[in-house]
Design a protein around this ligand. Structure first.
Ligand SMILES: [Zn+2]
Length: 77
């Protein structure tokens, strides 16, 4: 299966593994609760690809300096 990592904030791609000889279990995803896994990993069977949400260095540092940016994910109209 393919594994694509992307930043959940800015949606930038952080890397991808193609034809990874690994199951979700082998990647340690099973250490997460099923709720956490559902939140972090989106598996698209038709693409045989798992999309894994993570946070890029840029957003991580930005959020650590400006935690209030988290609120900007849901802009007030
Ligand atoms: Zn980012």
């Amino acid at each position: 299966m393919n594994i694509v990592y992307y930043c959940k904030h800015c949606k930038s791609s952080l890397g991808a593994l193609h034809d990874a000889q690994a199951s979700p279990e082998a990647l340690g995803f099973t250490s997460l609760s099923s709720d956490e896994r559902a939140d972090l990993i989106e598996y698209v069977a038709s693409e045989n690809t798992a999309y894994v949400k993570t946070v890029c260095e840029y957003c991580e540092s930005a959020l650590s300096e400006h935690p209030d940016l988290l609120l900007s994910q849901t802009p007030i109209q």
